[in-house]
Design a protein around this ligand. Structure first.
Ligand code: BES
Ligand code: ZN
Ligand code: ZN
Length: 488
């Protein structure tokens, strides 16, 4: 999609023009219309048809021009999220009516043109995403071709925010493609292939540990999870150095279970159907480093994808097994369905020992329990790095990829124990499931400030569409992490 910015006059005489109006602005236009278009609007569209309420829409036909007004609601409730949502309604409308080229007037009260441009483009790009790879040709959607923003504002950075939005949302949509792809296509090797392509394109350092190397270094946990699968596991490490002068670097690490059957503790029907998305954390790490490199962010970032398939067969790892991790600690397998924490544990050890980042953020579809706690609106967050959690919270509020801290008191950590090994991967009670996942992980980070983000609820919508999300993959995490990296 082509994205343009036209400065100066905002008048056009042909095509499709979209105007976003608050209730207050709509009232003003009705009581004292200034431009000819406003007079036509006031005389032809009644208050009942359009008063500026959220989700309202009206169209005025003016010779070769169609003016579409979309309601923003009350000014005092207006936020960037209102703009994203409203823009996604515009995207839906255009896809539905096969309108390929659109113009948007950038003149939003209270929010600067730079911020409103970014939020509106977020809504258009995320909102026009559809996964139609497996649809028949004539059922494929007709994509939007261009969006042109019109503004009379002299604010300098509007171009930059449009670029920001374009790169970040395209990366989020790339993540959605990876999440949605069949599990027998999107295997650990497929993630490796994608990582290599990204490394080549953006000149990133890449290192891939295959099963032989994982065996050599003793990464027993990821190998155990992968045992039952025909696809070998991979630990993929990408590095982007946007600020070579600085020693500070952030490591992000993602759970990359390309299908989670539960293993021998098999998942029941109703819980397995979406498990191709259990690699969302890895996909988010890939999308984030891609966007960071494309945006040329001035920060140093390491992205680690810890990827395996949790399959069932006579070769699968078994409940009751004791496995030695990369850290040397032994883990009793209480449940083969708690596999995410296992592949992440070895990755955390590897990162801390070999890469020495200033902080580690892991992102994972780790527990069903976080869905019970927070639903699909907010991700769970736990960890030892208060400073990073504060910043992630703020980035979450700004991008609306929100995170909420759950406590990680030492009492929870003390429950991670086993009679026959150093620890168990579950605690045989259903209490505090999301925190117990984090408590297990905490045992594999010795000194590095660390944050864990559980996206089991937010990575995938069972019920959709919801504004700029369709039913299914959301790409949740890319916009959050990019905003964090920009402000860190
Ligand atoms: N991949 C699942 C968590 C999940 C559930 C992600 C629903 C997305 C949607 C994870 O591996 C899992 O199965 N966790 C178990 C842990 C339990 C056995 C301690 C769970 O949450 O039930
Ligand atoms: Zn599982
Ligand atoms: Zn899982």
């Amino acid at each position: 999609m082509k994205i343009n910015l036209k400065r100066g006059s905002s008048e056009i005489s042909k095509g499709e023009m979209f105007i976003l109006l608050t209730e207050e602005e709509t009232k003003k236009i009705r009581s004292s219309p200034k431009h000819p278009h406003q007079k036509e609007f006031a005389s032809r569209i009644t208050n009942g048809q359009f008063s500026g309420e959220e989700e309202q829409r009206a169209t005025l036909h003016l010779r070769d021009l169609r003016l579409h007004t979309f309601g923003l609601g009350k000014e005092k409730e207006l936020s960037k999220e209102t703009l994203r949502k409203t823009a996604s309604l515009i995207a839906d409308y255009c896809l539905c009516l096969r309108i390929p080229d659109i113009n948007i007037l950038l003149n939003i009260p209270k929010i600067s043109p730079k911020d409103s441009a970014e939020a509106i483009l977020d809504g258009i790009l995320l909102g026009s995403y559809r996964f139609d790879k497996y649809k028949e040709k004539d059922e494929k959607i007709v994509k939007l071709k261009s969006v042109t923003f019109h503004t009379t504002s002299k604010e300098k950075n509007i171009e930059e925010s449009l670029r920001n939005s374009e790169i970040t949302c395209n990366a989020a949509n790339y993540v959605r493609d990876l999440q949605t792809e069949n599990a027998d296509v999107a295997t650990p090797l497929y993630l490796e292939k994608h990582a290599r392509e990204i490394a080549k394109k953006y000149r990133l350092k890449i290192k891939v540990l295959d099963e032989k190397e994982l065996k050599k270094i003793g990464a027993g946990l990821i190998l155990a999870v992968a045992k039952g699968s025909r696809y070998p596991p991979r630990m993929i490490i990408l590095e982007y150095n946007g600020n070579p002068k600085s020693k500070d670097k952030t490591a992000i690490v993602g759970k990359g279970i390309t299908f989670d059957s539960g293993g021998l503790n098999i998942k029941p029907t109703g819980h397995m159907e979406t498990m191709k998305e259990d690699m969302s954390g890895s996909a988010v790490c890939l999308g984030t480093i891609k966007a960071a490199a494309e945006l040329k962010l001035k920060s140093n970032l390491i992205a680690v994808l810890s990827s395996a398939e949790n399959a069932i067969g006579s070769a699968s790892y078994k409940p009751g097994d004791v496995v030695t991790s990369l850290s040397g600690k032994t883990v009793e397998i209480g449940n083969t369905d708690a596999e995410g924490r296992l592949v992440l544990a070895d990755a955390l050890t590897y990162i801390e020992k070999n890469l020495k980042p200033a902080r580690i953020i892991d992102i994972a579809t780790l527990t069903g329990a976080v869905i019970i706690a927070l639903g699909d609106y907010t991700a769970g967050m736990c960890g030892t790095d208060k400073e990073t959690m504060k910043k992630l919270f703020r980035s979450g509020e700004s991008t609306y990829e929100r995170v909420w801290e759950l406590p990680l008191h030492k009492e929870y950590i003390s429950e991670v124990k086993s009679d026959i090994a150093d620890m168990n991967n579950i605690n045989y009670s259903r209490k505090a499931g999301a925190i117990m996942g984090a408590a297990f992980l905490s045992k594999f980070v010795e000194n590095t400030p660390w944050v864990h983000i559980d996206i089991a609820g937010t990575s995938w919508l069972d019920n959709g569409p919801r504004y700029y999300y369709q039913k299914g993959a959301t790409g949740y995490g890319v916009r959050l992490l990019i905003d964090f990296l920009k402000n860190n």
